[in-house]
Write a protein that binds this ligand. Sequence first.
Ligand SMILES: [Fe+2]
Ligand SMILES: [Fe+2]
Length: 234
Amino acid sequence: MKAIATRRSVLLATATAGFTALAPWSHAKEEEDQAEVTANEDLMREHGVIRRALFVYREAARRARADPASVPLRGLLDTARLMRRFAEDYHEHALEETHIFPVVRKLKSPVSQLPEVLLTQHQRGREITDYVIRVAGGTRVGQGGGESLAATLETFVAMYGPHTAREDTVLFPAWKAALGEKNYEEMGEQFEDLERKMLGADGFEHALKQIAGIEESFGLANLSTVTAPPPPAA
Ligand SMILES: [Fe+2]
Ligand SMILES: [Fe+2]
Protein backbone atom coordinates (compact mmCIF):
# COMPACT_ATOMS: atom_id res chain seq x y z
CA MET A 1 0.00 0.00 0.00
CA LYS A 2 1.09 3.54 -0.45
CA ALA A 3 0.27 6.86 1.14
CA ILE A 4 -0.96 9.64 -1.10
CA ALA A 5 1.28 12.70 -0.87
CA THR A 6 -0.30 16.03 -0.03
CA ARG A 7 0.46 17.48 -3.46
CA ARG A 8 -0.99 14.40 -5.11
CA SER A 9 -4.23 14.66 -3.15
CA VAL A 10 -4.71 18.35 -3.85
CA LEU A 11 -3.92 17.96 -7.55
CA LEU A 12 -6.25 15.02 -7.73
CA ALA A 13 -9.11 16.87 -6.08
CA THR A 14 -8.54 19.89 -8.33
CA ALA A 15 -8.34 17.94 -11.56
CA THR A 16 -11.29 15.74 -10.67
CA ALA A 17 -13.62 18.60 -9.92
CA GLY A 18 -12.27 20.93 -12.59
CA PHE A 19 -12.02 23.66 -9.96
CA THR A 20 -9.20 26.12 -9.59
CA ALA A 21 -9.95 27.18 -6.00
CA LEU A 22 -8.30 24.85 -3.53
CA ALA A 23 -9.85 26.26 -0.39
CA PRO A 24 -12.91 23.98 -0.19
CA TRP A 25 -10.65 20.94 -0.39
CA SER A 26 -7.84 21.99 1.89
CA HIS A 27 -9.78 21.29 5.11
CA ALA A 28 -9.79 17.61 4.17
CA LYS A 29 -6.03 17.61 3.48
CA GLU A 30 -5.00 15.91 6.69
CA GLU A 31 -7.52 13.14 6.25
CA GLU A 32 -6.45 12.61 2.64
CA ASP A 33 -2.80 12.43 3.65
CA GLN A 34 -3.67 9.29 5.58
CA ALA A 35 -5.53 7.73 2.68
CA GLU A 36 -4.05 4.79 0.86
CA VAL A 37 -4.50 3.63 -2.71
CA THR A 38 -4.42 -0.12 -3.23
CA ALA A 39 -3.39 -1.74 -6.53
CA ASN A 40 -6.99 -2.44 -7.57
CA GLU A 41 -8.12 1.06 -6.65
CA ASP A 42 -5.26 2.36 -8.77
CA LEU A 43 -6.28 0.19 -11.73
CA MET A 44 -9.94 1.14 -11.38
CA ARG A 45 -9.32 4.86 -11.23
CA GLU A 46 -7.18 4.46 -14.35
CA HIS A 47 -10.29 2.93 -15.90
CA GLY A 48 -12.08 6.09 -14.83
CA VAL A 49 -9.70 8.22 -16.91
CA ILE A 50 -10.11 5.79 -19.83
CA ARG A 51 -13.91 5.93 -19.61
CA ARG A 52 -13.75 9.72 -19.70
CA ALA A 53 -11.75 9.36 -22.94
CA LEU A 54 -14.50 7.05 -24.24
CA PHE A 55 -17.04 9.78 -23.48
CA VAL A 56 -14.96 12.13 -25.65
CA TYR A 57 -14.80 9.51 -28.42
CA ARG A 58 -18.60 9.14 -28.30
CA GLU A 59 -19.01 12.89 -28.75
CA ALA A 60 -16.42 12.93 -31.57
CA ALA A 61 -18.38 10.12 -33.27
CA ARG A 62 -21.63 12.08 -32.97
CA ARG A 63 -20.03 15.14 -34.56
CA ALA A 64 -18.26 13.12 -37.27
CA ARG A 65 -21.61 11.72 -38.37
CA ALA A 66 -23.48 15.03 -38.17
CA ASP A 67 -20.80 17.22 -39.79
CA PRO A 68 -17.27 15.82 -40.31
CA ALA A 69 -15.80 19.33 -40.46
CA SER A 70 -17.00 19.98 -36.89
CA VAL A 71 -14.76 17.33 -35.29
CA PRO A 72 -12.08 19.07 -33.17
CA LEU A 73 -9.12 17.18 -34.61
CA ARG A 74 -6.59 18.52 -32.11
CA GLY A 75 -8.70 17.36 -29.16
CA LEU A 76 -9.32 13.99 -30.80
CA LEU A 77 -5.59 13.56 -31.46
CA ASP A 78 -4.81 14.44 -27.82
CA THR A 79 -7.36 11.84 -26.68
CA ALA A 80 -5.87 9.12 -28.90
CA ARG A 81 -2.36 9.95 -27.68
CA LEU A 82 -3.57 9.76 -24.08
CA MET A 83 -5.06 6.35 -24.85
CA ARG A 84 -1.74 5.24 -26.35
CA ARG A 85 0.52 6.43 -23.57
CA PHE A 86 -1.63 6.06 -20.48
CA ALA A 87 -4.09 3.25 -21.35
CA GLU A 88 -2.17 1.04 -23.79
CA ASP A 89 1.51 1.37 -22.96
CA TYR A 90 1.13 1.81 -19.21
CA HIS A 91 -2.17 0.41 -17.91
CA GLU A 92 -2.66 -2.44 -20.40
CA HIS A 93 0.87 -3.49 -21.25
CA ALA A 94 3.00 -2.66 -18.20
CA LEU A 95 0.37 -3.58 -15.60
CA GLU A 96 -2.28 -5.96 -16.94
CA GLU A 97 -0.39 -7.92 -19.57
CA THR A 98 2.88 -8.10 -17.62
CA HIS A 99 1.67 -8.60 -14.04
CA ILE A 100 -2.01 -9.56 -13.93
CA PHE A 101 -2.75 -11.81 -16.92
CA PRO A 102 0.08 -14.31 -16.17
CA VAL A 103 -1.24 -14.84 -12.61
CA VAL A 104 -4.88 -15.21 -13.65
CA ARG A 105 -4.07 -17.55 -16.57
CA LYS A 106 -2.68 -20.08 -14.08
CA LEU A 107 -5.86 -20.24 -11.97
CA LYS A 108 -7.87 -23.46 -12.01
CA SER A 109 -11.19 -21.76 -12.69
CA PRO A 110 -13.08 -20.30 -15.70
CA VAL A 111 -11.58 -16.85 -15.01
CA SER A 112 -8.28 -18.20 -16.40
CA GLN A 113 -9.82 -17.91 -19.90
CA LEU A 114 -10.53 -14.21 -19.51
CA PRO A 115 -7.04 -12.81 -20.30
CA GLU A 116 -7.16 -14.27 -23.82
CA VAL A 117 -10.15 -12.21 -24.92
CA LEU A 118 -8.93 -9.16 -22.98
CA LEU A 119 -5.59 -9.35 -24.82
CA THR A 120 -7.35 -9.62 -28.19
CA GLN A 121 -9.31 -6.49 -27.29
CA HIS A 122 -6.13 -4.64 -26.22
CA GLN A 123 -4.62 -5.48 -29.62
CA ARG A 124 -7.72 -4.36 -31.52
CA GLY A 125 -7.75 -1.17 -29.46
CA ARG A 126 -4.16 -0.44 -30.53
CA GLU A 127 -5.11 -0.82 -34.19
CA ILE A 128 -7.99 1.59 -33.64
CA THR A 129 -5.74 4.08 -31.83
CA ASP A 130 -3.32 3.96 -34.80
CA TYR A 131 -6.25 4.73 -37.09
CA VAL A 132 -7.55 7.60 -34.93
CA ILE A 133 -4.06 9.12 -34.71
CA ARG A 134 -3.77 8.94 -38.50
CA VAL A 135 -7.18 10.53 -39.10
CA ALA A 136 -6.94 13.17 -36.37
CA GLY A 137 -3.37 14.01 -37.42
CA GLY A 138 -4.68 15.11 -40.82
CA THR A 139 -5.98 18.54 -41.68
CA ARG A 140 -9.66 17.60 -42.08
CA VAL A 141 -12.14 14.75 -42.07
CA GLY A 142 -13.65 14.56 -45.54
CA GLN A 143 -17.34 13.86 -46.16
CA GLY A 144 -16.61 10.20 -46.88
CA GLY A 145 -14.43 9.81 -43.81
CA GLY A 146 -16.98 11.02 -41.25
CA GLU A 147 -19.05 7.84 -41.21
CA SER A 148 -15.98 5.55 -41.01
CA LEU A 149 -14.54 7.59 -38.15
CA ALA A 150 -17.87 7.62 -36.30
CA ALA A 151 -18.42 3.87 -36.72
CA THR A 152 -14.87 3.02 -35.64
CA LEU A 153 -15.03 5.20 -32.53
CA GLU A 154 -18.41 3.73 -31.62
CA THR A 155 -17.15 0.15 -31.89
CA PHE A 156 -14.20 1.05 -29.69
CA VAL A 157 -16.50 2.61 -27.06
CA ALA A 158 -18.82 -0.42 -27.26
CA MET A 159 -15.85 -2.76 -26.67
CA TYR A 160 -13.94 -0.89 -24.03
CA GLY A 161 -16.78 -0.11 -21.59
CA PRO A 162 -17.62 -3.81 -21.03
CA HIS A 163 -13.88 -4.61 -21.12
CA THR A 164 -13.12 -2.36 -18.15
CA ALA A 165 -16.28 -3.46 -16.33
CA ARG A 166 -15.26 -7.13 -16.60
CA GLU A 167 -11.78 -6.32 -15.37
CA ASP A 168 -13.11 -4.35 -12.41
CA THR A 169 -15.57 -7.01 -11.33
CA VAL A 170 -13.90 -10.31 -12.29
CA LEU A 171 -10.24 -10.02 -13.31
CA PHE A 172 -8.89 -7.71 -10.62
CA PRO A 173 -10.67 -9.45 -7.70
CA ALA A 174 -9.42 -12.86 -8.95
CA TRP A 175 -5.86 -11.51 -9.24
CA LYS A 176 -6.00 -9.99 -5.75
CA ALA A 177 -7.31 -13.24 -4.23
CA ALA A 178 -4.62 -15.28 -6.00
CA LEU A 179 -1.78 -13.07 -4.75
CA GLY A 180 -2.55 -13.02 -1.05
CA GLU A 181 -2.32 -9.92 1.13
CA LYS A 182 1.45 -9.44 1.29
CA ASN A 183 2.15 -9.92 -2.42
CA TYR A 184 -0.84 -7.75 -3.27
CA GLU A 185 0.53 -4.90 -1.17
CA GLU A 186 3.93 -5.31 -2.81
CA MET A 187 2.34 -5.11 -6.25
CA GLY A 188 0.75 -1.82 -5.23
CA GLU A 189 4.24 -0.46 -4.54
CA GLN A 190 5.57 -1.88 -7.81
CA PHE A 191 2.73 -0.30 -9.78
CA GLU A 192 3.51 3.04 -8.18
CA ASP A 193 7.19 2.71 -9.16
CA LEU A 194 6.22 1.78 -12.71
CA GLU A 195 3.88 4.76 -12.88
CA ARG A 196 6.68 7.11 -11.84
CA LYS A 197 9.11 5.51 -14.29
CA MET A 198 6.78 5.48 -17.29
CA LEU A 199 4.58 8.52 -16.74
CA GLY A 200 6.59 10.78 -14.46
CA ALA A 201 6.11 11.80 -10.83
CA ASP A 202 2.51 12.97 -11.30
CA GLY A 203 1.53 10.45 -13.96
CA PHE A 204 -2.05 9.82 -12.92
CA GLU A 205 -2.74 13.44 -11.99
CA HIS A 206 -1.29 14.59 -15.30
CA ALA A 207 -3.54 12.20 -17.24
CA LEU A 208 -6.51 13.43 -15.22
CA LYS A 209 -5.71 17.05 -16.00
CA GLN A 210 -5.27 16.19 -19.67
CA ILE A 211 -8.64 14.48 -19.98
CA ALA A 212 -10.33 17.32 -18.07
CA GLY A 213 -8.83 19.81 -20.55
CA ILE A 214 -9.95 17.72 -23.50
CA GLU A 215 -13.49 17.48 -22.09
CA GLU A 216 -13.46 21.25 -21.76
CA SER A 217 -12.47 21.67 -25.42
CA PHE A 218 -15.32 19.34 -26.49
CA GLY A 219 -17.87 21.17 -24.32
CA LEU A 220 -18.21 18.14 -22.06
CA ALA A 221 -16.86 19.57 -18.81
CA ASN A 222 -20.23 20.23 -17.17
CA LEU A 223 -21.41 16.87 -15.83
CA SER A 224 -24.97 18.12 -15.34
CA THR A 225 -25.46 18.24 -19.12
CA VAL A 226 -25.70 14.44 -19.16
CA THR A 227 -28.32 14.20 -16.43
CA ALA A 228 -31.11 12.14 -17.93
CA PRO A 229 -34.48 13.81 -18.54
CA PRO A 230 -37.45 12.59 -16.53
CA PRO A 231 -39.03 9.42 -17.98
CA PRO A 232 -42.30 9.70 -19.91
CA ALA A 233 -45.49 9.50 -17.83
CA ALA A 234 -46.62 5.87 -17.62
FE1 LIG B 1 -7.51 -4.46 -20.21
FE1 LIG C 1 -7.82 -2.30 -17.71
